[in-house]
Design a protein around this ligand. Structure first.
Ligand SMILES: Cc1cc2nc3c(=O)[nH]c(=O)nc-3n(C[C@H](O)[C@H](O)[C@H](O)COP(=O)(O)O)c2cc1C
Length: 247
């Protein structure tokens, strides 16, 4: 059985995972799941996919993945980033997966639209990316069919890069109908369902899921902050980066 263990607040990570392989989704964004009850076996293959946040695995994804019982399942690790850099994300994901009982057999660093500075990696994964990922999945399958469970060498350092501070919190605008969709889908429960125009800044992880899922597009970031970030990222993000494959 192939599983997708995915943390994908705005869908880019999910799109990359889907381009690799389908599978039964275990949604690491879903606060209602009892992750301790998720149990895999050595026969299973798990695509474990997360975005890079400041070169790290999002903290809540580490917390939830750590509860899963890997049971020796073979893991294909996927880190998705917005064309800046992913630094220690794959190393941290490999360590987390190992501690949860997975055996890493392959890994990918792939590109998807930067969910805050959206002009970077816009339109990715594109058709060329998807073809690369599909082809890589065939190579992974051949490795598994050969009974090879060796772990690939991955880029990244220990100790990991220090986590960045979160300071960019989406706000509800005048079109907000207080439908509560944002509160329901927020991975960390930072939005009060009874008063969705209020976000708890101390809980918000700046994942942009509330903006992506608002049915009336009433949530947004301060455009001045986004413009400043896009400018700061320009020298780091402008040249197209390619998927990196580790087998
Ligand atoms: C809080 C936050 C931090 C991010 N940090 C990085 C980063 O360090 N490097 C990078 O290239 N992209 C970064 N990104 C962009 C995401 O990794 C990228 O957009 C990813 O595709 C988002 O996944 P999703 O669409 O599944 O939510 C960051 C995005 C967010 C929301």
């Amino acid at each position: 059985m192939v599983y997708q263990l995915i943390f994908s607040p705005t869908g880019g990570t999910q799109a990359v995972a889907n381009a690799l392989a389908g599978g039964q989704v275990i949604d690491l964004c879903d606060r209602s799941v009892n992750f301790s009850a998720v149990t895999l076996t050595g026969q299973d293959v798990a695509v474990i996919a997360v975005p890079s946040y400041g070169g790290r695995v999002p903290e809540i994804a580490v917390e939830r993945l750590s509860k899963v019982q890997g049971g020796g399942a073979r893991a294909v690790l996927v880190c998705v980033y917005g064309n800046r850099a992913y630094e220690d994300t794959l190393t941290e994901l490999a360590d987390t997966a190992q501690a949860a009982g997975f055996r890493t057999v392959a890994a990918v660093a792939a590109l998807a639209e930067h969910s805050i500075a959206r002009k970077y990696a816009a339109g990715r994964p594109d058709e060329a990316d998807k073809a690369v990922l599909k082809d890589f999945w065939r190579k992974i399958q051949a490795k598994l069919d050969a009974g090879d469970t060796t772990a690939p060498a991955l880029p990244g350092n220990r100790p990991y890069k220090k986590r960045g501070v979160r300071s960019i919190v989406p706000q509800a605008g005048k079109d907000c109908t207080a439908c509560g969709r944002c509160a329901a889908v927020c991975p960390v429960g930072a939005i009060d369902p009874a008063a969705p125009k209020v976000t708890d800044n101390s809980k918000c992880i700046s994942c942009m899921r509330c903006i992506a899922q608002c049915p009336v597009h009433a949530r947004s970031l301060n455009p001045v902050l986004v413009a400043g970030l896009e400018l700061a990222l320009k020298p780091l993000c402008s040249a197209r980066k390619e998927n990196e494959l580790f087998l």
